[in-house]
Design a protein around this ligand. Structure first.
Ligand code: BEZ
Length: 394
């Protein structure tokens, strides 16, 4: 079935339950309330974004464990699916979770192209979805949906912060280097808009296909570009290699970017990342009780340092908890659930966050500098930055 606007998935997927409801309401309601809430975790657990997906999943598990395994009084059952960051399998994988596994909630994913496949399915079925990374702008702009929330960022946000910071400093000419897919393109747009607000320009964009890492033909063009900085979007394994090759090429033009370039990758990038400036909604040195507790707990659970991906996963689960607590675990109360999630203002390890009218997270974008293995926060590039939400009607 294909429909234009989201409708209640309760009627579609749980049709069997609804049929008998009129005759046996109290019993059915009691049974529905007692069963665990099934949460699908559709993430990359393999490929260039594997570590990103793992950290999101670990942090979701961590928040649920902190709440005693229950949200809104209901036990939570997680159903994991590896989407391998393959956009061509996105719709089919989302359908497996929603239709075959009958998840009540979907948390996913990392890659913007895969997200668009999920989005098609969850708009049709009305499945409550929380995006814990993928920044595809359309999700909270022209294709926004009342059942879809994002606790990570829009692709526009972090790169916009970087563009603003450079523009304010008087940078006039920049290049943008990235993978040729939604996250790279939309980050480039955010970067360009930020720069242009202060009279700067992106004079050249260089791209290669996702997830290719044959960077040499791009790097070879940089000395001829006559730019003051090179901005870029890469993440995960691709970012590690790009930063190392940029350094090895001996280029004089400083490299900067959307913060994913150095996030969760500094150890592998080593000396090559030293001094790189990026903008992101998280960084090292955010001194708050919440962040310290989060980092300690994440380290204890995983033996890894927390990064932005872990924060986003934790916040996806925090937002779900807020919604479920407001309706006491009653998923049938969609209006109450969504109202509470839309109005949520909560303490994230990244700082205070809230939700915009298009159900996108509103947060500070920090300016960071890579120093001795840390993405040190050196300022705020944009305070409480909301995505414009262009074209969203809810
Ligand atoms: C994306 O595809 O939206 C994305 C992937 C990794 C990091 C950030 C964004």
């Amino acid at each position: 079935m294909t429909i234009d606007r989201p409708m209640s998935r309760r009627g579609l997927v749980k049709g069997g339950l609804a049929l008998g409801a009129a005759a046996t309401l109290p019993t059915t309601f009691a049974i529905a309330q007692a069963r665990p809430i099934k949460v699908g975790l559709m993430l990359p657990y393999s490929g260039t974004f594997a570590k990103l997906g793992e950290n999101i999943a670990f942090a979701v598990e961590m928040l649920i464990a902190e709440k005693g395994g229950k949200l809104g009084g209901r036990p939570i059952e997680l159903v994991k699916l590896d989407d391998e960051s393959k956009p061509e399998n996105g719709p089919q994988n989302a359908e497996r979770l929603v239709k075959r596994d009958a998840v009540d909630v979907l948390i996913g994913t990392v890659h913007s192209g895969v997200q668009m496949g999920i989005h098609k399915v969850v708009r049709e079925t009305g499945t409550l979805t929380i995006v814990p990374n993928a920044g595809a702008n359309a999700v909270t702009r022209e294709l926004c949906a009342k059942n879809v929330f994002r606790t990570s960022f829009s692709n526009w946000q972090p790169a916009h912060g970087m563009g603003l910071a450079l523009g304010k400093r008087g940078v006039k000419k920049a290049a943008w280097v990235t993978w040729d897919y939604a996250a790279g393109k939309e980050s480039g747009e955010g970067f360009r808009e930020g720069l242009e607000k202060h009279g700067g320009k992106v004079v050249q964009t260089l791209t290669l296909k996702f997830p290719e890492t044959n960077f040499q033909p791009l790097l070879a063009q940089i000395p001829g570009l006559d730019v003051e900085v090179v901005g870029s979007f890469f993440a995960g394994g691709g970012a590690v290699q790009f930063v190392k090759e940029y350094k090895a090429a001996g280029l004089k033009v400083p490299l900067c970017g959307s913060g994913f370039l150095t996030e969760g990758t500094l150890q592998a990038q080593g000396e090559a990342a030293e001094g790189i400036e990026t903008a992101l909604h998280y960084g090292d040195g955010i001194d708050s009780v919440k962040n310290t507790a989060f980092r300690d707990a994440f380290k204890a659970k995983t033996q890894r340092e927390a990064d932005v991906y872990a924060v986003q996963g934790y916040d996806a689960a925090q937002l779900l908890a807020i919604g479920l607590e407001a309706v006491k675990g009653n998923l049938e109360d969609e209006a109450g659930l969504y109202k509470a999630m839309r109005a949520a203002k909560f303490d994230s390890p990244r700082g205070p966050v809230s939700m915009s009218p298009s159900q996108e997270v509103v947060h500070n974008i920090y300016l960071r500098r890579a120093e001795k293995g840390l993405n040190k926060v050196v300022g705020i590039a944009a305070e409480a930055l909301a995505d414009p939400g262009t074209g969203c009607k809810l």
